[in-house]
Write a new protein. Structure first.
Length: 173
């Protein structure tokens, strides 16, 4: 009897340990407890833009911009970022727009997926962050379409928050 129970206990423990984190736990794991996400998983965005190199930033050199915390290699990169943050900021606050919005289907009630690791792409002077290499490759094939869809989703979300529909905001004349 014991030889059957022990494997079941091991299986139960292993299952608990490898269950993936849900999106809220994943988001919390990408911050330091302050609730503010760390952009690019802590890589220095200035180094990425200027040298096309992934370099880990240091917590001693941080700036917050549009709801994301950016970490930098040194005070010099932080100063460069602070002078022109829009040039170095991650588009859509680090949301993987391929996984979150796709190219078809309804735009409401989408589960937000954030970029992870070094799956980034620079397009039209913006950095896009992806949850996987597959999403990165899909984006590269049709970047304008994914960007337009993400912008449409954000626009619709803003309208919902205002409590008015498009037809109420823009009546046909």
């Amino acid at each position: 009897m014991l030889k059957f129970v022990f494997p079941l206990i091991l299986f139960a423990i292993a299952t608990v340990l490898i269950i993936p984190l849900d999106s809220h736990e994943l988001q919390a794991s990408r911050s330091d407890g302050s609730g503010i996400r760390i952009a690019l998983d802590g890589d220095c965005t200035v180094s990425l833009v200027e040298m096309q190199a992934y370099v880990k930033g240091d917590k001693k050199f941080e700036s917050t911009y549009r709801g994301l915390r950016y970490q930098f290699l040194s005070e010099e990169e932080k100063t460069v970022f602070d002078a022109c943050p829009e040039m170095f900021a991650v588009a859509f606050k680090g949301v993987d727009i391929v996984a979150t919005y796709g190219l078809d289907g309804p735009l409401d009630a989408k589960e937000v997926t954030y970029g992870v690791g070094r799956n980034t792409h620079r397009f039209e002077d913006k950095i896009y962050h992806f949850a996987s290499e597959k999403n990165f490759r899909l984006f590269v094939k049709q970047p304008s379409e994914y960007i337009a869809r993400a912008k449409q989703a954000l626009y619709l979300d803003a309208e919902r928050k205002r409590g008015k529909s498009m037809s109420e905001l823009y009546p046909v004349q």
